[in-house]
Design a protein around this ligand. Structure first.
Ligand code: AOF
Ligand code: ZN
Length: 345
C-alpha cells in the first residue's frame, strides 16, 4: 500500500490551518475503508478545536471505517486536553491500522498514543514521510524540545547579497509576487520582529497580529505606520510599562548591542512560539547565530556597489572555514525572483 500518497494529503490538509493552531501542531488525517477506499479527511482547524483524527472520524456516521486504516502526520494523542484522547476514539471506531508520520514530541503524549493503539491490537506503521512531517511541525518541535520560540529570518536581496544601495535605496529589490509571498510566510509566525533602523529607513506597515520592535534608544516616532495595528512589544533601555496600547519592555542597558537572547527568552515568556525577523543586515548578522531557518528572496539584479548594504552583516572573518554553514531546503520561483529556503547545519 502506498501510504506516502495519503501522508502527502495529510500534510496538505494540515497546512490549510497555518497561522491558526499555534501553539498546537499542524495535523491532517485521511481515513480509508477496509478495501482501501478513501472515505474521509480532516484536519486540526483552530487552536482548541477538534484534533484532525476526531475531525475525520466524526464525519463518518455509518461505521464504514470499521477495520479501516487511519493515516495521520502526528502520533494520535493519549491525553485528556481540550478534547478526549484521539487514540481512544480510534480504538472505539474499530480502526485496524494506523499510519503515522512522526511520534509526538509533546512529553505528555510521546509514544503513549502508539502504545495505547498497539495494546488494543491495532497495527501501527511509523515514520512515513517523517522528514516532511517534521518540517511541517518544525515550530512545534522546537517549542516542545527546547522551550524556546522558533526563529526565522526573511531577507530580500540582489544577486550580490545586497539589501539597499549605500544611499539607502531599496524599493523595490524584489517583485510584487515575492512581496505577496512574504505575507503568506508571515502568517506562519506568531510575531514578526524588526528594528528602529528599518522603521526609520522604510516606515513599513508590516501587517501582523504581534510585532516585536527593537528600539533601544526609543528613536522611532510612535506615529510610524508599524505602530498603527497589532499588539506591540517595544524593547528599549528605559521604559517598562504598558501605555498607549504599547508594551514597553526594558532590556539590560550599557551593552554594546541589544541582547537578542534576552528578547527571545522574554518573547517565550510572553507566549510567543515563533518569530519572523524582518530587519536589516546588522540585526540579521546577529540573529544568524540563533536562527532556525532563513527565507531568502533573490532578485536577478546586481548592484556592483562596494558600499551597498549586505543582508548579513557582522564581524570580519579571516577564513572561509569560519563562515556559518547551511543546507538548502527548497528553491521556488516567484517570477522573476527566486526564494531560497535554508537551515543551519
Ligand atoms: C492538536 N491537533 O490534530 C493533534 C494534536 O491542547 P490540546 O488538548 O488540543 O492538545 C494538544 C496536544 O495534542 C498537542 O500538543 C499534541 O501533542 C497533541 N495532538 N494536537 O492540536 C491535532 N493530533
Ligand atoms: Zn488528539
Amino acid at each position: 500500500m502506498n501510504y506516502e500518497k495519503y501522508m502527502k494529503i495529510c500534510i496538505q490538509l494540515a497546512k490549510q490551518a497555518e497561522g491558526e493552531v499555534s501553539p498546537n501542531p499542524l495535523v491532517g488525517c485521511v481515513i480509508l475503508d477496509k478495501d482501501g477506499n478513501q472515505i474521509s479527511t480532516g484536519f486540526h482547524k483552530k487552536y482548541g478545536e477538534n484534533h484532525a483524527e476526531r475531525d475525520a472520524l466524526l464525519k463518518l456516521k455509518n461505521g464504514e471505517e470499521n477495520e479501516g486504516t487511519l493515516i495521520v502526520n502526528l502520533e494520535p494523542c493519549s491525553h485528556y486536553g481540550k478534547t478526549p484522547p484521539c487514540a481512544d476514539l480510534i480504538i472505539e471506531r474499530g480502526i485496524k491500522k494506523v499510519v503515522i508520520g512522526m511520534r509526538d514530541v509533546n512529553p505528555i503524549v510521546a509514544g503513549n498514543g502508539i502504545k495505547k493503539l498497539k495494546d488494543a491490537g491495532i497495527e501501527v506503521i511509523e515514520d512515513v514521510l517523517s522528514d516532511e512531517c517534521k518540517k511541517l511541525n518544525e515550530i512545534f518541535i522546537k517549542n516542545m524540545t527546547k522551550n524556546l520560540p522558533f526563529i526565522a529570518i526573511k531577507t530580500a536581496t540582489t544577486l550580490d547579497g545586497k539589501i539597499a544601495t549605500s544611499s539607502g535605496s531599496s524599493k523595490w529589490i524584489t517583485s510584487e509576487k515575492s512581496r505577496k509571498e512574504v505575507k503568506n510566510i508571515r502568517k506562519r509566525y506568531d510575531a514578526i520582529l524588526t528594528t528602529s533602523s528599518t522603521i526609520l529607513a522604510d516606515n513599513p506597515t508590516m501587517e501582523h497580529k504581534k510585532k516585536i520592535i527593537l528600539d533601544r534608544k526609543l528613536k522611532t516616532n510612535l506615529e510610524s505606520k508599524i505602530y498603527k495595528s497589532g499588539e506591540i512589544y517595544l524593547f528599549n533601555e528605559s521604559l517598562d510599562m504598558f501605555e498607549g496600547g504599547i508594551n514597553f519592555i526594558k532590556t539590560p542597558s550599557n551593552q554594546e548591542k541589544l541582547d537578542l537572547e534576552f528578547v527571545i527568552k522574554k518573547a517565550w515568556q510572553l507566549g510567543i512560539k515563533s518569530i519572523l525577523i524582518e530587519a536589516g543586515g546588522h540585526l540579521n548578522g546577529e540573529a544568524i547565530k540563533c536562527a532556525d531557518k532563513i527565507y531568502h528572496f533573490i532578485a536577478p539584479k546586481i548592484t556592483c556597489d562596494n558600499s551597498s548594504l549586505s543582508c548579513f552583516d557582522s564581524k570580519k572573518i579571516n577564513s572561509i572555514s569560519e563562515s556559518k554553514n547551511f543546507v538548502f531546503s527548497s528553491i521556488e520561483m516567484f517570477e522573476p525572483d527566486i526564494l531560497l529556503t535554508y537551515y543551519p547545519c
